[in-house]
Design a protein around this ligand. Structure first.
Ligand code: FAD
Length: 401
């Protein structure tokens, strides 16, 4: 009987095994998870961090699901070596698993800049344990410094304010996230921090020093240091490629894969945040990881791959729901920006058009606009800017043109 071992129990790994079974794979299926039960990461900066959800409620699947699906979930161990020619995965408990195909779904680690030791007061946020540790410090009046105002830094600022903490958020960019959401929306979103009592500063952190009272942070351009009770470093992700590299697979800012998720070794596939499609950037979003799993399953089954679709993500802050799809560009000779509604007055959405083609959209509290934009991008539909801009236009009708 054929066999597949999936290394890594995040959304990419769980999606791979789920899709394999859904599409009729009857061979042996093993999912290796560093955690006893695979869980979802997006709530770690949102409801889970706020205390509104527990670990059971963020499990990607209930424990019985693995039994029902005849998936052997090997939890609490990690793979320590990979031998692609022999089809072997060596585990931290000494066992060696063999399989016809191995899928690497090892995700990534939070970047740990050498500013200060990660410890009881200096945090990163990637694992549930990170969220648990950070949450113990987010009490009313606690002083939190967040380094990095990207999606995760901004979400934690919002959650921390909800919990009553005093927050300072620093980023070297005056308008973080402009590349992802366009300058107009990014400016408004960043301004929300100040509206919610967050001290948003355009600067960098030079050093962090744990003291008996907390952490002394030296910010660039300030004469003395500032005291905080806790610091979160939210400055990005490093793909987890160590196993692949040691096994001689090709890596470059991720484990390099082809359009079917196959690495430089034909029996090894890679999915999710650890993988990078040659000549493309890594997506680092939840749905992209899930779709990678579906593509890997199709490759293993030699089945039709899922249709390609524009990359989609979401984020939540200060009670607002932000979604984006495709590519946002600043207006230039080729591109124009079309606003539907008024930026800053949700619901609204902003589209990037190249000629008459939508190539990207961002919406606040308007998921339907992003859903329609995605179909426009996927189908290559031409639209008139004036139709898009008119809030009275039913965007679904534009798809029929
Ligand atoms: C706090 C936070 C909030 C987020 N919010 C959003 C959001 O709102 N919207 C959005 O689109 N995306 C969001 N993301 C991004 C999204 O969660 C990730 O893109 C997604 O989790 C990637 O899934 P993955 O399975 O590739 O990797 P991961 O989720 O990192 O899973 C990889 C797993 O592999 C395990 N592993 C690593 N090495 C080994 C080994 N050698 N052996 C066994 N196991 C191993 C790891 O422990 C981990 O459990 C968020 C991420 C974080 C951290």
């Amino acid at each position: 009987m054929s066999s597949v071992v999936v290394v890594g129990g995040g959304i990419a790994g769980v999606s791979t095994v789920a899709e394999l079974r859904k599409k009729g794979y009857v061979g042996d299926l093993t999912l290796l998870s560093a955690d006893p039960v695979p869980y979802d990461r997006p709530p770690l900066s949102k409801e889970y961090l706020a205390g509104g959800r527990d670990l059971d409620s963020i499990a990607l699947q209930a424990p019985e699901w693995y039994v029902d699906q005849r998936i052997s979930l090997v939890g609490g161990v990690v793979a320590v070596a990979l031998r692609p020619d022999a089809g072997e995965v060596e585990l931290s408990d000494g066992r060696v698993l063999t399989a016809d195909r191995i899928v690497l779904a090892t995700g990534g680690r939070a970047v740990r800049p050498s500013l200060g030791e990660i410890g009881s007061a200096i945090h990163v946020l990637r694992e549930v344990g990170d969220a648990d540790r950070l949450r113990t410090q987010l009490v009313p009046g606690a002083r939190l410094l967040i380094v990095g105002a990207g999606l995760i830094g901004a979400e934690v600022a919002s959650t921390a304010r909800k919990l009553g903490a005093e927050v300072v958020l620093v980023d070297p960019l005056p308008v973080p996230l402009a590349a992802a959401v366009g300058i107009e929306v990014a400016t408004w979103l960043h301004g929300l921090h100040a509206d919610h009592g967050v001290g948003a500063l355009t600067t960098t952190v030079e050093t962090l020093l744990e003291t008996p009272a907390g952490v002394a942070a030296q910010l660039t351009g300030e004469p003395g240091s500032r005291e905080f009770d806790a610091v979160l470093l939210a400055v990005g992700l490093v793909p987890e490629t160590a196993l692949a590299e040691a096994a001689g697979l090709e890596t470059s800012r991720g484990i390099l894969v082809d359009a079917g998720q196959v690495t430089s070794h034909p029996s090894v596939l890679a999915v999710g945040d650890c993988a990078r499609l040659r000549d493309h950037p890594r997506a680092e979003h939840w749905e992209a990881a899930q779709l990678d799993g579906a593509r890997a399953a199709a490759t293993i089954l030699e089945a039709e791959p899922p249709p390609t679709t524009a990359s989609w993500w979401w984020s939540d802050r200060y009670g607002l729901h932000v979604e984006g799809v495709g590519e946002m560009r600043s207006p230039d000779a080729e591109h124009q920006t079309v606003v539907r509604g008024v930026v800053g007055e949700p619901p609204f959405s902003v589209f990037t058009l190249r000629g008459e083609r939508v190539i990207g959209a961002v919406a606040v509290d308007d998921p339907n606009a992003v859903r329609a934009a995605r179909r426009m991008i996927d189908r290559g539909v031409d639209v008139r800017a004036s139709d898009l801009a008119d809030p009275g236009t039913d965007l679904r009708k534009l798809l029929r043109r």
